[in-house]
Write a protein that binds this ligand. Structure first.
Ligand code: 5GP
Length: 188
């Protein structure tokens, strides 16, 4: 069976992090890529686990060295997928990327036969807004900007291979595992 690049996107607050954690716990043949970012760590985030937190200077140097498979600017911060990690891991395992839509579409363009794009959508916009404001890490203005971004991201869903409405994290995890199983069996 082939190894694939499972690209998971979805608006902020939709529950991607929980789903990815459940996937990694359920299937030891999967590995997650840890991205680099120039944004500051949030409370509880760990360097090397949630992200590699690096300076803008280091990020620019790494762009110049072609170290990123893809990168994008998001709300004034840069985010990038380390190329060598992904390429090395793909020889042995399927790799999960949790990235936003611009990056996801770039990965599909660069690696069309390995990348499987999965969009996780909220059950409703109201539900998502409730979850986002309940998180408490965003102010009113930022919440508004994030909700605009949510609409933009969901509009890109037709460009994805799969869209899954996240009513229940475990159920969503099971659906994604089934997609991964079928995609790995393809002969492309
Ligand atoms: P946050 O700051 O909330 O952790 O992430 C903001 C957005 O950046 C999320 O949609 C997340 O999926 C995305 N993101 C995280 N890592 C990467 C990456 O390496 N590349 C791209 N393009 N987006 C990323």
């Amino acid at each position: 069976m082939r190894n694939i690049l499972v690209v998971i996107s979805g608006p902020s607050g939709v529950g991607k992090g929980t789903i990815v954690k459940l996937l990694l716990d359920a299937d030891k043949s999967l590995v997650e890529s840890v991205s680099c970012t120039t944004r500051a760590p949030r409370a509880g985030e760990e360097n090397g686990k949630d992200y590699f937190f690096i300076s803008k200077e280091e990020f620019s140097d790494r762009i110049a060295a072609n170290d990123f498979l893809e990168y994008d600017e998001h709300f004034g911060n840069f985010y990038g997928t380390p190329r060598s990690f992904v390429e090395r891991q793909l020889k042995e395992k399927s790799v999960i990327l949790e990235i936003e839509v611009v990056g996801a579409l770039n990965v599909k363009r660069l690696m069309p036969s390995s990348a499987v794009l999965i969009m996780v959508a909220p059950p409703s916009m109201e539900e998502l807004e409730k979850r986002l404001s309940g998180r408490g890490s965003e102010g009113d203005e930022e919440l508004k900007t994030r909700m605009q971004r949510v609409r933009y991201e969901l509009d890109q869903a037709p460009l994805y291979d799969y869209v899954i409405v996240n009513d229940d994290s475990r159920e969503t995890m099971r659906k994604i595992r089934e997609i991964i199983r079928r995609e790995k069996e393809k002969t492309i």
